[in-house]
Design a protein around this ligand. Structure first.
Ligand code: A2P
Length: 278
């Protein structure tokens, strides 16, 4: 598995195994085990997914030493703030059955449509994450779904975010956020790189993928990589889990990258951090 590098020098495996919408059941235990046996070494979890116990069982049973895996989780919106974040972190560690995380993210920014003191809230969550990082309980810290104006106040703190995990797939490029992250040494991770599967029936993507002898899913994942965004495809289906990591033996041409970049906005979740009701 190839790796990318975070601004603090840590290597992060270039494709992660997504677990959003995976059930808290044997299906997810088996999915994690299948992913590791296919070669994934990076698992993306979150407290709000409600399945960290199953993800943890899969990790425990996968037969790979903990230090060879890269495990991410995220603090949910209900746990924003200093004390709540520390408690949420302990709960996540316990659910996953781990004693440290590789990466911990603020799942969504507190934003002005819901909180007058939204910057203060994000800073107090960040303070707790910074302390956990400095104590060695997390190897890297970052955010998710932050736009540049949410990121601005965190950029002035002692430890800068190393990752921003955002929705990113053909038809939804979030150029301003990606540019800001790039200029500030923040790695962009792509959630729903397949548009939760909605990309896969698109005729343009299907046509381009055929030229490379690849599936539309593989094309989307490779397209993320060529944008230096780290894809986190989710699947609980063994053949798809395998397919989604088989993306290192082809290169999308500049012309095809451009055609995909220019596709109309489609297949997005419609979740705008400045509007979401949670
Ligand atoms: P499943 O988990 O049942 O295999 P995203 O990562 O963009 O959120 O997309 C996840 C969705 O896409 C899930 O419904 C998943 O289904 C489906 N999916 C994942 N990989 C593939 C693939 N290679 N081919 C077809 N569908 C896929």
């Amino acid at each position: 598995m190839q790796t990318m590098k975070l601004s603090n020098g840590i290597a992060i495996p270039s494709v992660g195994y997504g677990t959003w919408q995976s059930p808290d059941s044997e299906i997810t235990v088996a999915g994690v085990k299948a992913a590791v046996s296919c070669g994934y070494r990076h698992i993306d979890a979150a407290a709000i997914y409600g399945n960290e116990v199953s993800v943890g069982k899969g990790i425990a049973a996968c037969g790979i030493p903990r230090e060879d895996l890269f495990i991410t989780s995220k603090v949910w919106n209900a746990d924003r703030g200093y004390d709540q974040t520390l408690a949420a972190f302990e709960k996540t560690l316990s659910d996953l059955g781990l004693d440290y995380l590789d990466l911990y993210l603020i799942h969504w920014p507190a934003a002005s449509h819901r909180f007058k003191n939204w910057e203060e809230i994000n800073l107090s969550t960040w303070q707790a994450m910074t302390e956990l990082y400095k104590a060695g309980k997390i190897r890297a810290i970052g955010v998710s779904n932050f736009k540049p104006h949410h990121l601005a106040s965190l950029m002035k703190t002692e430890v800068m975010p190393q990752v921003n995990q955002i929705e990113f797939h053909p038809g939804f490029l979030q150029e301003d956020t990606v540019r800001f992250c790039r200029e500030n040494g923040i790695l962009v991770e792509a959630w729903s790189p397949l548009g939760t599967g909605k990309m896969l029936s698109n005729p343009v993507l299907q046509e381009i993928s055929r030229h490379y002898g690849k599936s539309a899913a593989q094309l989307c994942i490779r397209w993320c990589l060529q944008h230096d965004a780290l894809p986190l495809p989710k699947s609980v289906t063994p053949s798809r889990i395998q397919e989604n990591i088989d993306v290192f033996d082809f290169e999308i041409s500049a012309a095809d990258m451009k055609s995909i970049d220019l596709m109309d906005n489609f297949g997005g979740s419609g979740l705008d951090p400045d509007k979401v009701p949670f």
